[in-house]
Design a protein around this ligand. Structure first.
Ligand SMILES: NCc1[nH]cc(CCC(=O)O)c1CC(=O)O
Length: 303
């Protein structure tokens, strides 16, 4: 009998749900028991100052600290919240099969049926920029807080609609309130959206081997290409960069966009190539986008 593995998780519903899903899948595939260890991160107690603290990276860093301190054996993050530069002491041991990568509108009607001047909430420059291309006549309101808080602003009438990730809405069981799921060609998701990252210490070879049971190579290749675009553009998670890749294990198709926040100008390019070259594919696409002025579009937003 081996001791249960300790999975460090934030206490929010979204975090405990995604941690629970990975824990159950790991146990089913390997027979190894997993125990969830609830962690209150600095980002959870100082939510009001999250932007000053560097956005969602603060949650990731706090859980990584628990790994380094030996308090937990592994952690599960929303992959899109990971910084593009990996901490060398930490291994990305598995990337499970991705959930729905798309963005979704929560509100009474679809985007095209909202009346002119309707107020749509989103804190993401990427979403605002792409929404402006679709509906320049609406008002986009920056909002913060967890998904429940954001949806609450629609229920209370403060906003007409909000845009959130479909995968996150499903994890907190609020997907019943979705009026529209955007197709990726009208609204490119954030790199890695809908995917999870399973991390442990880089020197724990046996654990990395065990965790690889929940790895999905197709998702790993797709996400590697998407994140490579972001890294090559030297953009952070708040940048107006969308990227989506999918493939069959042999050929990967990748589309990426950079939109200026006014929604007035954008650069968008697609490519495809062999899956094992996912990182190069993303880097080359980013270089082609920069040649068309993508870096000037990002301006001050990029960092
Ligand atoms: N930045 C916050 C965040 N990180 C992951 C998700 C949703 C789940 C996912 O994309 O995997 C969300 C909320 C959102 O963007 O609506």
């Amino acid at each position: 009998m081996s001791t249960p593995l300790r999975l460090g998780t934030r206490r929010s519903l979204m975090a405990t749900t995604q941690s629970g899903i990975v824990a159950d899948r790991l146990t089913a595939l390997t027979g190894r028991e997993v125990e969830l260890v609830g962690v209150t991160t600095f980002g959870d107690v100082s939510r009001a100052h999250l932007t000053q603290l560097g956005g969602t990276g603060v949650f990731v860093n706090d859980l990584r600290g628990r790994l380094l301190a030996g308090e937990v054996d592994f952690a599960v993050h929303s992959l899109k919240d990971l910084p593009t530069k990996q901490d060398e002491r930490i291994a990305l041991a598995a990337i499970p099969e991705r959930d729905d990568p798309r963005d979704a509108l929560v509100g009474p009607v679809r985007l095209r049926d909202l009346p002119a001047g309707a107020r749509v909430g989103t804190g993401s420059p990427r979403r605002v920029a792409q929404l402006r291309l679709l509906r320049p006549d609406l008002e986009y309101v920056p909002i913060r807080g967890n998904a429940d808080t954001r949806i609450g602003k629609v229920t209370s009438g403060e906003l007409d609609a909000v845009v959130l990730a479909a995968a996150g809405l499903a994890r907190i069981r609020r997907d019943g309130e979705i009026a529209q799921v955007f197709e990726v060609d009208e609204m490119l998701p954030a790199p890695g959206q809908g995917a999870l990252a399973v991390e442990c210490l880089a020197d724990r070879d046996d654990l990395i081997e065990l965790l690889s049971a929940v790895d999905d190579p197709l998702t790993r290749a797709a996400v590697a290409a998407e994140r490579s675009v972001l890294a090559a553009l030297e953009a952070g998670c708040a940048a107006p960069v969308g990227a989506f890749a999918s493939g069959d294990g042999h050929i990967l198709s990748l589309t990426a966009t950079v939109v200026d926040v006014d929604g007035a100008r954008s650069v968008r390019k697609s490519t495809s190539g062999p899956s094992p070259a996912a990182v190069e594919l993303g880097r080359e696409l980013a270089a082609a986008m920069i040649a068309e002025g993508a870096d000037t579009l990002m301006g001050e937003q990029a960092h």
